[in-house]
Design a protein around this ligand. Structure first.
Ligand SMILES: Cc1cc2nc3c(=O)[nH]c(=O)nc-3n(C[C@H](O)[C@H](O)[C@H](O)COP(=O)(O)OP(=O)(O)OC[C@H]3O[C@@H](n4cnc5c(N)ncnc54)[C@H](O)[C@@H]3O)c2cc1C
Length: 260
């Protein structure tokens, strides 16, 4: 196989595809080399199939809740093989759309069998091979989680999300000027149900102005709500400014803006 490109990118995952598109935008003659499927981990076995499975599980949770609203006969069954075939069909469509995007951008996809890294000639190469799967002891409670100002979420039920500093990190960095605002409540969706479902929201602020430096949430819509707070943290918004925002009622998000 001969490569006549100004740049070869190995790996057509999120990183490799983004790099290839950026290079093509600068008129660099670029190709992306992939040994499996376009889209990498996120599309083929990570973010997308995982979230579709979470959505599928949500129907079972909603069925449980529906009885508390007076619905009966909520005993639906999932057709697992039909569900999986729909997931695969969706992933195939995403693979196709990635292929089309590459073609439109003038980027050649090169599919290889096995590792191609020892067959590459003197072409500049960017490696975007992703990471290998690591076995973790699921079931053990994590003793610590690494957080930056990058928001992140765990799409379990209940959902959990975080951005910026935890209370302990903020205390380490800013000492006594740190204040933690916290609330825990039963979300309205569960108000007719006996289920003891809770939402927990925590805001960490520091300094005289009470600049928001972190936020954590567990519960319904945690990822969406924390994601919007990331903007506030990046922009250096303080607690007073958050509280001055007019809320949409009744929402879970309003609880973030009215925390005392
Ligand atoms: C189960 C799971 C769920 C996830 N859920 C989320 C989520 O909800 N949100 C989120 O933000 N992130 C999520 N992630 C993480 C996300 O998938 C990764 O951060 C992202 O895919 C990393 O992109 P990448 O381009 O670095 O690597 P990858 O997407 O892994 O791409 C690397 C590509 O390189 C190819 N490759 C490797 N070696 C070679 C070689 N020698 N020759 C040719 N090709 C090669 C691989 O086949 C692969 O396609 C999840 C990951 C997993 C495993």
């Amino acid at each position: 196989m001969s490569y006549n490109y100004e740049l070869l990118i190995i790996g057509a995952g999120s990183g490799g595809l983004a790099a290839a598109k950026r290079a093509a935008a600068y008129d660099i003659n670029v190709a992306v080399v992939e040994k499996e499927s376009l889209g990498g981990t996120c599309v083929n076995r990570g973010c997308i199939p995982k979230k579709l499975m979470v959505y599928a599980a949500d129907f079972a949770l909603q069925d449980q809740l529906a009885t508390s609203y007076g619905w009966s006969e909520c005993q639906r069954q999932i057709n697992w093989s039909q569900f999986l075939s729909k997931v695969h069909h969706h992933i195939d469509k995403l693979n196709q759309s990635y292929l089309q995007t590459l073609e439109e951008a003038g980027i050649d996809p090169i599919f290889v069998i096995g590792d191609c890294t020892n067959r590459i000639p003197l072409t500049p190469v960017a490696i975007a091979e992703g990471q290998a799967v690591v076995d973790t002891a699921i079931g053990n409670q994590p003793q610590s989680v690494n957080y930056d100002s990058v928001p992140s979420a765990v799409f379990t039920r209940p959902e959990a999300a975080t951005v910026g500093m935890t209370q302990s990190k903020a205390l380490q960095k800013f000492g006594d000027s740190v204040r933690c605002y916290r609330t825990e409540f039963k979300p309205m969706l569960y108000s007719l149900s006996e289920q003891d479902e809770k939402v927990m929201i925590k805001l960490i602020a520091e300094g005289e102005n009470q600049r928001i430096v972190g936020a954590q949430m567990v519960g319904e819509h945690a990822a969406d709500i924390i994601q919007t707070l990331a903007v506030a943290i990046r922009q250096g918004v303080n607690k007073q400014e958050l509280n001055a925002t007019i809320c949409i009622h009744p929402t879970i998000g309003e609880e973030v803006l009215t925390l005392e």
